[in-house]
Write a protein that binds this ligand. Structure first.
Ligand SMILES: NC(=O)c1ccc[n+]([C@@H]2O[C@H](COP(=O)([O-])OP(=O)(O)OC[C@H]3O[C@@H](n4cnc5c(N)ncnc54)[C@H](OP(=O)(O)O)[C@@H]3O)[C@@H](O)[C@H]2O)c1
Length: 471
């Protein structure tokens, strides 16, 4: 290699691309960068990378020829069509053995399609989820790579040195072929949605039922986070303590209550439905965002119905809120991991849940001390749900009465508890030896002759529920 050549290239100089370029350079690699709009590359080089071993390029040809072979190009552009457009521009310029890494939030099926296309041209493709946002990208994200194994081996040193470092190693490990990495990142985001919604519901209950100041609520979340050490709890504490410069009020009070989404939570629910895996807390979180977006309609209906319900709490409610939140968070992970196991089977990813837990341990949005007992749980063969693990059985036994009491109390008010009640019903369903699905089967057989099975006899049965001739 010429000493002038870069060991790594990044396309896309928005927040993620800029910060990862700085991070990878900091780890000791020369990095070439390119962005569709020249001014962003120029600004970045001048303002953030003037004294760094980062080569700013302004034509794709110049970018490609600045890289040592096999070329390693990380795409960090807006997810969706832009990724295809960039790949189409790259293919004629790159050569056999070169490696394209998509580090964005791509849909896993898009990744499968792109793997085929790029590998068909003799290049390699790594669909790689990256979590940790702006801060993580700069200081050590969680990296979820999937795709061609040998291509991963070519880039692993670079990716692992840029990832967050834990006592057990970097938060980057090869996950599996094709879209395995992007699938894991999608489920990471699904869990993130569910944890965020559970926190939001507990904040709302505290605010409306306990009459606590924002500072007091921050203290409660901080205390509950002793057990979890979760990033999303940490930022909740800081958010609650933030004051609005304009009004002097808590900043949270002036933030509009309509949640946006880019689709990864919805994709998780859609994929879970396709695979027949129940993830009700994640789906509830997606629904909650959709409902929040109906701001005008909500306003009109609020006027129509006014305040409903009884806003009383009970002694111990505050303590129960903390336990209910803990359990809803554990349940979100349980659902996400269950989905990963099923997807691994269905798509032959060969996922190792312990590796996933290691990757999520630091650098990402759902990082938490929970990942240690989760990892421990999956070290035993044949575990099919966290609910059955030795590590979490006592937690469920201890906290489920609190979750029941909280959901029950909130149900008597007009406050929402979509995620908390979904977690409770998930637990109730999975731990019920008998469910009312006998009624569903009878109804299906009644109107569609779909047949049913009996509890006391092998075989398939159908009942002539009505006398068709006389109907
Ligand atoms: N932001 C986060 O916290 C975060 C966290 C994890 C993952 N991600 C994922 O990482 C990826 C990058 O995120 P980001 O927030 O840094 O950037 P972004 O806002 O998602 O995308 C902006 C970048 O995409 C480029 N772009 C858009 N359309 C293009 C096209 N047709 N051809 C070439 N380039 C195009 C833009 O170039 P121009 O400057 O020319 O417009 C710009 O560099 C996304 O997939 C995102 O979902 C983001």
């Amino acid at each position: 290699m010429s000493s002038e050549e870069s060991e790594f290239g990044i396309i896309g100089m928005a927040v993620m691309g800029q910060n990862l370029a700085l991070n990878i350079e900091q780890s000791g690699y020369r990095v070439s960068v390119y962005n569709r709009t020249d001014s962003k590359t120029k600004d970045f080089k001048q303002k953030r990378a003037s004294d760094r071993d980062i080569v700013a390029t302004y034509e794709l040809e110049e970018f490609i020829s600045s890289l040592e072979r096999p070329r390693k190009v990380l795409i960090l552009v807006k997810a969706g069509k832009p990724v295809d457009m960039v790949i189409d521009q790259l293919l004629p310029l790159m050569e056999e053995g070169d490696i394209i890494i998509d580090g964005g939030n791509s849909h896993f099926q898009d990744t499968n399609r792109r793997v085929k296309k790029v590998e068909g041209e003799g290049l390699h493709y790594l669909g790689t989820g990256i979590s940790g946002g702006e801060y993580g990208a700069l200081h050590g994200p969680s990296i979820m790579p999937g795709g061609h194994r040998e291509a991963y081996d070519e880039v692993s040193e670079i990716l692992r040195s840029a990832a967050a470092q834990t006592p057990e190693g970097p938060t980057c490990k090869y996950l599996g072929p094709r879209s395995a990495g992007h699938y894991v990142k999608m489920v990471h985001n699904g869990i993130e949605y569910a944890v965020m919604q559970s926190i939001a519901e507990v904040y709302w209950a505290m605010k409306n039922l306990l009459d606590l100041s924002h500072e007091d609520m921050a203290d409660r979340f901080e205390a509950w986070n002793q057990r979890l050490d979760a990033y999303l709890m940490e930022i909740t504490v800081e958010i609650l303590r933030e004051e609005d410069e304009k009004t002097g009020r808590p900043l949270l009070e002036v933030i509009l209550d309509t949640a946006k989404q880019k689709g990864t939570g919805k994709w998780t629910s859609q994929s879970a439905l396709d695979l027949g895996v129940p993830v009700p807390t994640i789906t509830a979180a997606v629904d909650a965002r959709l409902l929040s977006a109906r701001k005008d309609q909500r306003g009109r209906l609020d006027e129509l119905y006014g305040e409903l319900g009884n806003y009383e709490t009970y002694e111990g409610f505050e303590d129960d809120l903390g336990k209910a939140l803990y359990l809803s968070i554990v349940t979100a992970y349980a659902q996400g991991l269950d989905l990963l196991e099923e997807a691994s089977e269905e798509y032959n990813y060969g996922l190792d849940i312990q590796d996933v837990a290691q990757i999520w341990k630091d650098g990402c949005i759902i990082r938490s001390d929970l990942l240690d007992p989760i990892s421990e749980s999956y070290s035993s063969e044949g575990l099919d749900t966290l609910l059955a693990s030795e590590e979490f059985q006592d937690d469920y036994r201890e906290a489920i009465p609190s979750l029941r009491k909280v959901v029950s109390a909130l149900s008597k008010t007009d406050l929402i508890c979509l995620a908390l009640s979904a977690s409770l019903n998930y637990f109730n369903s999975l731990t019920a030896e008998r469910l009312p699905a006998n009624m569903i089967q009878a109804q299906r057989d009644y109107f569609g002759a779909h047949t049913y099975q009996r509890v006391d006899e092998e075989g398939t049965f159908h009942t002539e529920w009505q006398d068709i001739k006389n109907v």
